[in-house]
Design a protein. Structure first.
Length: 108
C-alpha cells in the first residue's frame, strides 16, 4: 500500500473544516491539516483573479484517491476545485503505518 498526500484548496476555513472532518469521519483520510489562509493569483475564464484560499493537506492511501475525490466534490463549492495526489516517497515508518491503519476500515 502506498501512502499519499491529497492537496486541496478551499474558499475559507469553514468549508475546509467541513470537508476535512467528513473525510476523517469516513476514514478516507487519516488526518487533514488545514493551513492558514493565503492569497491565490490565477487565470480564470480569461482573466487574472486574486482570492483568499485555505489549503488542506490530507494523508491517505493511493487506492482511496478516487473515492476521496468524489467525496470532496460532493462538499466543495468551487466549479473546478484543486484536488491532487502527491506520493509520499519516504517517511517515518510508524507514521506511514498509522496512515494505513487509520484508513484500513474505510468502505472500499
Amino acid at each position: 500500500m502506498t501512502s499519499f498526500f491529497i492537496y486541496i484548496t478551499c474558499p475559507d476555513r469553514e468549508e475546509a473544516h467541513k470537508i476535512a472532518a467528513s473525510l476523517v469521519e469516513q476514514r478516507l483520510v487519516a488526518c487533514a491539516n488545514i493551513m492558514a489562509a493565503h492569497e491565490a493569483v490565477y487565470q480564470w475564464k480569461g482573466k487574472v483573479e486574486t482570492a483568499t484560499e485555505v489549503a488542506v493537506i490530507m494523508k491517505t492511501r493511493l487506492e482511496l484517491f478516487e473515492k476521496t475525490k468524489e467525496a470532496i466534490l460532493k462538499l466543495h463549492s468551487y466549479e473546478t476545485p484543486c484536488i491532487v495526489a502527491l506520493p509520499i516517497e519516504a517517511g517515518h515508518e510508524p507514521f506511514l503505518q498509522w496512515i494505513q491503519a487509520e484508513t484500513t476500515d474505510a468502505v472500499l
